[in-house]
Design a protein around this ligand. Structure first.
Ligand SMILES: Cc1cc2nc3c(=O)[nH]c(=O)nc-3n(C[C@H](O)[C@H](O)[C@H](O)COP(=O)(O)O)c2cc1C
Length: 192
């Protein structure tokens, strides 16, 4: 395959169809903090298409603040049973509120309530106070749709490079590296 987005979709489809994998959409997102240190964490990949790679999060979280300060980002996936690793580097942009709302509506109610009750990445004073807040919110929104909060949304990573690694026991991995230059993807093979 000579188009990296199509290759990613093909690999992700294989991962999604693999019953031995528990986490089929978990990808590590690495941002740069205010001191320039890389910070990685897993998120749930929502979409991968010609526009880029989309995930959702609290916008005021550490990753949200990092990406608003510096859109340079890396995304790494590893599908153990398939022996596939993917590394993406690119620039992140916030998705539209309409798209965020579409993803918000697809979340279960408990996840929505937890988002409302938490300020992700802030120090936790008491888990009990969050549980109390969840109970209050649960009563408040009983039988009502929970609207998209302002501080929740998503980012799309517009890729500048993508590397696909096919793992080999001999360590003679296949590494296919794509770089986006002037609107065209260029492919190079890298030594393992
Ligand atoms: C498998 C897995 C999936 C996760 N998915 C998400 C996600 O989609 N969005 C999110 O904000 N956090 C997700 N988390 C939690 C993040 O890893 C992280 O703890 C949280 O977003 C706070 O990160 P930050 O403080 O660096 O912003 C997930 C964690 C795991 C282990």
């Amino acid at each position: 395959m000579n188009h990296p987005i199509e290759q990613f979709q093909h690999w992700w489809q294989q991962a999604k169809a693999d019953p031995t994998l528990k986490q089929r959409s978990a990808v590590c997102i690495s941002t740069l903090d205010a001191q320039g240190f890389p910070v990685g964490r897993f998120v749930d990949l929502k979409a991968a298409d010609q526009n880029g790679f989309t995930f959702c999060t609290h916008l005021n979280s550490q990753k949200g603040a990092d990406l608003r300060r510096n859109p340079k980002v890396a995304m790494t996936a590893w599908w153990d049973s398939l022996g596939y690793q993917v590394r993406v580097a690119g620039l992140a942009a916030e998705i539209s509120r309409a798209d965020a709302n579409r993803y918000w509506q697809s979340r279960n109610r408990d996840a929505q309530l937890t988002t409302l009750a938490c300020q992700q990445s802030q120090p936790l004073a008491s888990m009990q106070s969050i549980k109390d807040e969840l109970t209050t919110l649960g009563t408040h929104y009983q039988e009502q749709a929970i609207p998209l909060p302002d501080n929740w949304g998503g980012f799309i990573i517009r890729p500048l490079s993508i590397e696909f690694l096919t793992f080999a026991q001999s360590r003679l991995h296949l590494r296919e590296f794509y770089q986006y230059e002037q609107g065209v993807w260029h492919k190079t093979l890298l030594q393992p």
